[in-house]
Design a protein around this ligand. Structure first.
Ligand code: KG4
Ligand code: ZN
Length: 334
């Protein structure tokens, strides 16, 4: 079964063709990041306008790259939530129009479920149940993936998402948006123990995260030093901050794994590209006897291949949209 998948929840317009949930035939991503960089973050109205311009050529290219036409496609999957509402509406309305004109079934797909599904592409042997750490620019969740379309949130952030904290810390150090990846690179040459940063915990909620205090601590460290004319070693600040975030993420995730008796641990979302998160969890899982899975780096960020994968499992579980499908800025993964 071939699914044409469409993603437009944030600042990437993407389309892909995926067979049987696992085999990516084509995948096209048009990033708007260079334009948003000028403003230090995503400008929602610009994002919507660029999606409107890019969606037709991106979808056409995904078909051309695959050497297929719409008559070869069996269903259309589209990200309908969560994300920037104006951005989501471009993809949803385009997919609805295409579904109406071709008669193909339309499959609404949750963006975070799709991030999890990127792992089905990178790890063909992976099947639920497993415990997944979903860390993106907008979310930080620990999710029990009981089945492909059955999930339970075990822990969540109480304030900032991990990606958001990375981006804000990086911005304070003068790095361009999105700073997470730059900060990760700079941290490679620094000492993670150079600066002592807090590890916030949430009382009576051992699997929940809180990154806002940690973010403020590093911002204060940078501002206070600059006011006193002290020059900080940027690589050391990046390494200490990255170590603190990864420490919080891995501690809670491993604790949940132990308490819930998980056997397979998985990471997903933009922050799953973080080198320290990947290496720390690989080592810890090996030590503790868990099987560990992560998406290939090219599938960590937003793309439509993951939408085609999750869309397949949504379709076979009977999740087909009516003609009044809408987009939602927020929607639980459950
Ligand atoms: O999943 P994603 O592409 O978009 C959302 O759904 O939010 O995640 C984007 C986030 C950004 O905050 C970005 O800085 C972060 O993922 N990110 C990273 C790395 N690569 C991307 N954070 C830390 N280390 C990285 N290597
Ligand atoms: Zn995403």
């Amino acid at each position: 079964m071939k699914i044409l998948a469409i993603e437009s929840s944030c600042d990437e317009t993407a389309a892909a063709i995926v067979e049987d949930g696992r085999n990516v035939i084509s995948s096209v991503v048009a990033s708007q990041v260079e334009e948003h960089k000028l403003y230090g973050g995503v400008v929602p109205e610009i994002a919507s306008r660029r999606h409107a311009e890019s969606i037709v050529p991106v979808v056409r290219k995904s078909l051309d790259d695959a050497g297929l036409t719409l008559s070869d496609i069996d269903a259309i999957a589209v990200t309908h939530a969560p994300g920037l509402i104006g951005a989501l509406l471009v993809g949803v309305n385009f997919a609805k129009g295409l579904s109406l004109s071709t008669g193909l079934p339309l499959v609404p797909t949750h963006h975070l479920r799709s991030h999890i599904a990127s792992n089905y592409i990178s790890n063909p042997e992976l099947k639920p149940p497993f415990l997944c750490l979903v860390v993106s620019g907008g979310h930080s969740h620990i999710v029990m993936v009981e089945d492909y379309t059955k999930m339970k949130i075990i822990g969540r952030t109480r304030d900032d998402a991990a990606g958001e904290a990375f981006d804000k810390a990086a911005r304070t150090m003068g790095m361009p948006y999105p700073g997470g990846i730059e900060l990760d690179k700079a941290a490679e040459n620094g000492d993670p123990l150079a600066f002592k940063l807090p590890r916030p915990v949430v009382n009576d909620a051992p699997y929940d995260f809180s990154f806002s205090g940690l973010k403020t601590a590093v911002i204060n460290l940078i501002h206070n030093s600059s006011q006193k004319g002290i020059k900080l070693n940027k690589a050391d600040v990046c390494a200490s901050f990255r170590y603190a975030v990864v420490d919080c993420l891995t501690k809670n995730f491993l604790r949940a794994a132990q308490d819930f008796g998980a056997e397979k641990l998985v990471i997903a979302g933009g922050v799953s590209a973080n080198s320290l998160l990947r290496s720390t969890l690989s080592e810890e899982c090996k030590k503790r006897g868990y099987k560990f899975f992560m998406p290939q780096k090219s599938l960590c960020g937003d793309n439509a291949a993951m939408v085609g994968s999750q869309g397949y499992y949504e379709f076979i579980s009977g999740n087909i949209a009516d003609r009044d499908l809408n987009a939602y800025a927020t929607l639980s993964i459950e």
